[in-house]
Design a protein. Structure first.
Length: 251
């Protein structure tokens, strides 16, 4: 549950810039919630606050039942967070990296090995598990990064553009994995620029523009609201409406 979450940074001339401006929404177990928006809309900043990497300027949120400010350690144990900066050790093999993070989460050797076997099978990594991470393709590296992020089997997955830059086959594997995770009862929050992904995956979406949520609901809800059929057209209609409202002078 997210309530009034905001993040300010210093701006030109000492005027603060609000990257995220008081957003609120709720997600649920066994559901996929998508954050959509143009570059710079505030999606990644919002996800970084929810993962406790940065602190909010205002508002708060509860992730996996724990507060992101007063219970940050609990939040970190209950989420799997994938971002564009999720790194892999290039000299270690794919399996060695994920086993390493499993042990960091307190798993014993046998438990870690079983968990990695399962994840590598689900993500189709097994044939590449002995290859050094520095030699993996972009798509395979992304799969290993996902395995690294969720090796502790968290109830909440926060995925920041998980398929960006991937080919069709690699994207399909990750999309299928997200659906499997939803069916297993996970709560999934992810951002994407790919409208077809949002339409296929999301039970509910929020469209973010200039740090604010300008549309929130199921795809069908937003279709009815805008009168558009395609998700891309729904997205553009909401952005255009928001920009028109911003141009109207305040009396």
């Amino acid at each position: 549950m997210v309530r009034g979450l905001a993040k300010e940074y210093p701006g030109p001339g000492g005027v603060p810039f609000r990257a995220v401006d008081g957003i609120s929404f709720e997600t649920r177990a066994g559901g996929i919630f998508g954050l959509l928006g143009p570059n710079g809309a505030g999606k990644t900043t919002a996800l970084r606050m929810l993962s406790t990497l940065i602190s909010p300027t205002a508002g708060t949120a509860w992730v996996g039942g724990a507060n992101i400010q007063s219970e940050a350690r609990k939040v970190r144990g209950r989420i799997g967070f994938l971002t564009g900066s999720t790194g892999l050790y290039p000299r270690l093999t794919a399996r060695e990296v994920v086993i390493y993070f499993a042990r960091m989460y307190g798993m014993g050797g046998r438990e870690a090995s079983r968990r990695v076997d399962l994840l590598f099978e689900q993500l189709d990594i097994t044939p590449y598990q002995k290859k050094r991470c520095g030699e993996l393709s972009t798509g395979m590296s992304q799969k290993v990064s996902i395995a690294r992020a969720i090796v502790h089997d968290p109830p909440v997955l926060i995925l920041d553009e998980p398929t960006t830059g991937l080919d069709v086959l690699a994207s399909r594997h990750i999309v299928d994995f997200i659906l499997q995770s939803r069916d297993a009862g996970k709560c999934i929050l992810f951002s994407t620029h790919i409208m077809s992904e949002a339409e296929r995956l999301c039970d509910e979406i929020a469209i973010v523009h200039h740090g604010q949520i300008i549309g929130n609901g199921t795809v069908d809800d937003l279709r009815r609201e805008t009168g558009e059929t395609k998700v891309e057209d729904v997205f553009l209609a909401l952005l255009e409406r928001s920009d028109r409202r911003a141009e109207v002078p305040t009396p």
